[in-house]
Design a protein around this ligand. Sequence first.
Ligand code: NAG
Ligand code: NAG
Ligand code: NAG
Ligand code: NAG
Ligand code: NAG
Ligand code: NAG
Ligand code: NAG
Ligand code: NAG
Ligand code: NAG
Ligand code: NAG
Ligand code: NAG
Length: 309
Amino acid sequence: MSSFSMPFNLIFFLSFCFIPSSHVVSSPSSITSIEAEALLKWKATLHNTSQALFSSSWVGSNHCNWTGITCDGTRSVTNLSLPGYGLRLRGTLDSLNFLSFPNLTWLHLRNNSLYGTIPSHIGNLSKLIFLDLSFNSFSGIIPSEICLLKSLELISLEANKISGPIPRNIGSLSSVSNIYFFDNNLSGPIPSSIGRLHNLFRFDLHNNLLNGSIPKQVGMLRSLYLLDFSVNSLTSSIPPSIGNLSNLVYLYLYHNHLSGSIPMEIGLMLKSLSALQFSQNNLSGVIPISIGNLTSLQTLFLYENSLSV
Ligand SMILES: *[C@@H]1O[C@H](CO)[C@@H](O)[C@H](O)[C@H]1NC(C)=O
Ligand SMILES: *[C@@H]1O[C@H](CO)[C@@H](O)[C@H](O)[C@H]1NC(C)=O
Ligand SMILES: *[C@@H]1O[C@H](CO)[C@@H](O)[C@H](O)[C@H]1NC(C)=O
Ligand SMILES: *[C@@H]1O[C@H](CO)[C@@H](O)[C@H](O)[C@H]1NC(C)=O
Ligand SMILES: *[C@@H]1O[C@H](CO)[C@@H](O)[C@H](O)[C@H]1NC(C)=O
Ligand SMILES: *[C@@H]1O[C@H](CO)[C@@H](O)[C@H](O)[C@H]1NC(C)=O
Ligand SMILES: *[C@@H]1O[C@H](CO)[C@@H](O)[C@H](O)[C@H]1NC(C)=O
Ligand SMILES: *[C@@H]1O[C@H](CO)[C@@H](O)[C@H](O)[C@H]1NC(C)=O
Ligand SMILES: *[C@@H]1O[C@H](CO)[C@@H](O)[C@H](O)[C@H]1NC(C)=O
Ligand SMILES: *[C@@H]1O[C@H](CO)[C@@H](O)[C@H](O)[C@H]1NC(C)=O
Ligand SMILES: *[C@@H]1O[C@H](CO)[C@@H](O)[C@H](O)[C@H]1NC(C)=O
């Protein structure tokens, strides 16, 4: 009699403790059930209207076919992709335990109604390639742990309410090719470590509260195609090293407090330039004749400065 009741009690105990949802039936110790539980735990903290979005799509024992989830061959989550559509997700990331997703490469939550801070344990997503949290209401600072993400190719945090500095160590993002931080409240300097971002293609910091000077190390970003530091509070002169960016097509520095003269290197070397917008600064001196040699130029905005010809 007792030899039968013991295992029954044990099974009951296990299922009660480790399996919060009757839909999750894989082994408690397996990585895939840890992931499924972490997803359900996060879902449970979202506002009730957002939970309703998942009522028919995050059910069943196979979390790999839940809406927005993609897995690898071992049924471990690689993609969490829930960009906003219709009714947006409302809630925070506080209860999304990133430590549960060792194989996540793609985190795409653009255009929802997520708020709160970006958790520092995002730095534990060591395989992350694509991070898009743009068009939400995230606040607080960019955690410096984000600089641990050596595989990251895109980081998109634009159109939030993020404040504080750009992490000093941002130059550690050795694979990054697109940085979008525009339309936030970032303040302080542009770190000189950016000089190490050799794969950077688009670098967009416009409409923040950044101050200090443009670091001369910007000239080391040889792959750059778009550079947008406009609508900030940058001071000092434009570093001549910007002339090293021979692949640059879009160069926007308007609406800052930049002074000094326009480096002639810009006209001599940036042969691919299509847009050059330096308006609303405090630039002085003569407009370099070399600008006239930029035959691809389509927009040249220099108004509201103290330039002469
Ligand atoms: C969500 O909760 C509010 C109260 O907090 C309630 O009025 C509303 O009916 C709930 N909506 C859903 C879809 O459950
Ligand atoms: C998900 O997988 C289950 C079987 O595990 C299947 O019954 C269901 O139709 C699948 N859902 C989708 C959306 O593919
Ligand atoms: C992750 O999602 C993106 C776009 O939704 C897709 O391009 C990519 O192939 C996905 N990765 C995997 C491993 O499914
Ligand atoms: C966000 O989604 C809404 C639809 O819900 C769409 O109209 C809007 O264009 C999207 N915005 C962005 C920036 O993707
Ligand atoms: C997923 O992550 C786990 C834990 O780090 C690892 O053991 C497993 O090999 C990974 N799977 C793949 C396909 O990389
Ligand atoms: C998570 O990252 C922190 C550093 O930010 C590190 O100290 C910790 O060991 C990591 N944890 C795991 C489980 O990888
Ligand atoms: C930036 O901060 C100011 C004042 O603190 C606030 O009024 C404004 O809405 C914020 N902007 C963004 C994009 O967060
Ligand atoms: C930048 O602004 C901060 C306040 O937000 C100030 O403390 C700092 O001195 C400023 N730096 C420069 C170089 O103007
Ligand atoms: C970048 O430009 C500066 C100033 O024009 C020049 O002195 C420097 O040698 C250049 N650096 C490289 C790596 O080409
Ligand atoms: C603009 O620069 C001149 C020197 O060229 C300086 O006297 C003036 O104070 C500056 N104005 C502003 C608004 O920075
Ligand atoms: C402009 O280009 C012409 C032809 O390549 C060259 O002779 C001239 O020196 C250039 N002028 C300037 C100011 O760069």
